[in-house]
Design a protein around this ligand. Sequence first.
Ligand SMILES: [Zn+2]
Length: 449
Amino acid sequence: MIRPAAALVLAALLAGCSGGSAATSGGGQATGPAGCRTAAYPAAAADRPRYTLHLTIDPAAHRVQGTVAVAFTPDIATDRLVFRLWANGPVLRREGADMMAGPVTVDGAPAASHLADPTTLVVPRTIAAGATVHASLPFRLTLPQRAKDRISQNGTAIRLGSFFPLLPWEPGVGWALQPPTLANGETSSSPIADFDATIHAPAGLGVVAGGVPAGSGHWVADDVRDFAVATGDFTYVRRTVHAPGSVRLTVAVPGGVAEQADQAADEAQVAIEHLSRLYGPYPWKTLTLAYGPDLNEEGIEYPTILLEGPDRLGLITAHEIAHQWFYSLVGNDQARDPWLDEGFASFAGAETSGDLPYFAKVRLPPAAAGHMGAPMSYWDHNQDAYFAGVYAQPVQVLQSFGSQAKVECALRRYVARNAYEIATDADAVATFSTEFPDARAVFARAGVR
Ligand SMILES: [Zn+2]
């Protein structure tokens, strides 16, 4: 996501910085980094989780009810299933969200479960590596009203991000169990999966979601690590863009939200086409920008769908689309390594929108400088330094390497090598080290080891 610090937003607006949001003004290369050859993406893991979601959205009751069924095949042995209930994190709870989940059924039989904390539902179960279990559970979500957050309702305009029980599995590692963040950020980590969702909403209400619409409220999202939904009395702009394969771009703007759908589509088209030239093909068939109320100069990324507010700065859309490469395609543990997706999306997005100077001039306070690799638990206690430390500092570090083309090539290689997986600091440092011999020392000075 991105929510530039208020002082920075004001400074940028007063300075008239970053108005254009066009790749042609961003200094980026039209044909990708010169001489930067990368292999095709590997296929997503064949044993990825397969989710079936049934959702009923009830605006009048301020509620979403649903069931999650998932076929899960761990690649290493485990003694439990874990579902993260992010709606019960402290920030969303304070705003009025509440999720009840369970009872759980595993392989057709009732299964005991307990809440280790409000966001962590644990189902004790011995599962061998490579064995598949089928789990299902109902859930009920109370929607916070007019929240500046990923779950929110304002009349019929509803945002649903991180809103259903999700398996926080990191292949090769195990369950990601870090606490939810106290800041406006993410602590979610989840593997690439397939989603088949059926969404029931009141007749006439506009619905958009991740993946491909398949008629009658049915959505299919393959090879994605999360699934998000938005509703509203939308005005739509739809067009086909090339990234470089055909991608169906949809912009959905509900009444009362001051965003021009055509202009937003123009910005999104420029961004996805430019980013795909630099960092590798956009591998999915759709990209949806769902605008909504109560978000001001901020956006929240989900695979193939972005939740946004009006973007006067002109840098939000490019940042969130850049997350399709850095978070959505190459995942990371957002609690352990928040800089990996936020830092690289900030660089790639700012390069696209012409905002690298904006990030370059952000002053790093002592709590930020040298702490780039810190986990969200650190930023929870240093929230004033979070934007500078995790968004701006990586941009400044990458710019310190000197050659923008080689930085872009390193990022393209990072994408190609880690597509559909969950990357680590070591993966990033290793990739940059092939382009820059001093990369390991540079990252270490910034606090990434
Ligand atoms: Zn972001």
